[in-house]
Design a protein around this ligand. Structure first.
Ligand SMILES: Cc1cc2nc3c(=O)[nH]c(=O)nc-3n(C[C@H](O)[C@H](O)[C@H](O)COP(=O)(O)OP(=O)(O)OC[C@H]3O[C@@H](n4cnc5c(N)ncnc54)[C@H](O)[C@@H]3O)c2cc1C
Length: 318
């Protein structure tokens, strides 16, 4: 078994989704290599080794859109190295490279994977469909690597005490016209408070909050709890908070210890992004709201009474 994990460099280190992929690769066993795209460093490579990679193929990113060159280089290497499985996270570059690699290798992409197991007939990839309500097991048949895109937080990244990996420099291939698109600017949204995807406690608000001004009570409650703020798509579409707050199928996937859902109905597209939280607490005035179906603790009541009461109690504690 030979597994490759694609890693894009972000802020000088491999993106978190690559470390999650390495956790799954270790579980499957065999040879593990990382295809690392971007500015590398001994520290960044050492982290990959600590998470189980024994070798790293390093392609520095130039000024061009990186996916065409990365996919071409990976396809060429795959011809000689013959990996059985190539894992990608769900980032934009990752999906771009996976699609291009699929065309170059003539292999399908199995996306949205939440598990990968091996049996006597090969690899079985489990993914979620219909907003996470149905699980499907698939196999990639025929010769060549299985290309799999995994859901965020499907696997828990953990160091495994591995040594320094061997680093192999990869030359950037000429990809003709495909290499002519360049990256002109990058915009980083300035975020306040804890990172939503990594936070231990998340307080999320839904349409039932009523307005952008009233949403400020969610910010205050989160501040008092040291929590990150999340929101439903209805709230984002209404312009009360930016898209970066959105939790769900087309937003972020969170897995905090506590998820507090305030005036959120519990549409399946929202649930898919938060249902794996350890403890879910829901506040909703409708006792039949679907959110109560996944909640560990439910408060049937008006969010405009319950949340201010919580804020007052927390403020009184000092
Ligand atoms: C392709 C697709 C992708 C999508 N992706 C996402 C996604 O990533 N994330 C996402 O969240 N949604 C997503 N959606 C939208 C999703 O289907 C729902 O429309 C959305 O999640 C509903 O948001 P909501 O719960 O805030 O609003 P609503 O469904 O309108 O629910 C509001 C809730 O507030 C309660 N409420 C009202 N007033 C009060 C009050 N005073 N006190 C207490 N409770 C009150 C109501 O009882 C109700 O349950 C997607 C939809 C599609 C089609």
């Amino acid at each position: 078994m030979k597994t490759w994990v694609f890693a894009e460099a972000r802020d000088g280190a491999a993106a978190a989704n690559a470390l999650e992929g390495l956790a799954k690769a270790r579980e499957l066993g065999g040879d593990i290599a990382v295809f690392y795209l971007g500015a590398g460093s001994n520290d960044a490579f050492a982290v990959l080794g600590d998470h189980g990679a024994t070798s790293v193929y390093h392609l520095p990113a130039g000024e061009s859109l990186p996916a065409p060159a990365a996919a071409a280089a990976m396809a060429e290497l795959a011809g000689s190295e013959a990996p059985d499985l190539i894992l990608f996270g769900m980032g934009n570059t990752e999906r771009d490279v996976a699609g291009r690699l699929s065309v170059r290798l003539g292999r399908p992409v199995l996306a949205n994977a939440v598990d990968i197991t091996a049996d006597e007939d090969g690899l079985v990839v489990t993914n979620e469909i219909l907003g996470g309500t149905t699980r499907v097991a698939s196999r990639s048949t025929g010769d060549g690597a299985a290309i799999v895109i995994t859901r965020p937080k499907a696997f828990t990244a953990e160091p495994a005490g591995g040594g320094v990996p061997e680093v192999v420099a990869v030359a950037s291939p000429d990809v003709g016209h495909a290499g002519e698109a360049g990256v002109l600017e990058r915009h980083e949204e300035v975020a306040e408070g804890p990172d939503l995807e990594a936070a231990d406690v998340v307080v999320s608000g839904g349409r039932g909050i009523g307005s952008g001004d009233e949403f400020e009570m969610i910010d205050r409650l989160a501040e008092l709890l040291g929590a990150a703020v999340g929101a439903t798509r209805a709230v984002v579409d209404a312009g009360w908070v930016p898209y970066s707050y959105q939790v769900g199928q087309t937003g972020k996937t969170v897995k905090p210890t506590i998820y507090l859902a305030c005036a959120i109905s519990g549409a399946m597209q929202h649930l898919v992004g938060m249902k794996d939280s350890s403890t879910i607490i829901a506040i909703n005035k409708d006792p039949d709201a679907p959110i109560f179906g996944v909640a560990d603790l439910g408060i049937v009541g008006d969010v405009h009474k319950v949340v201010p009461a919580l804020i007052e109690a927390l403020e009184a504690r000092g």
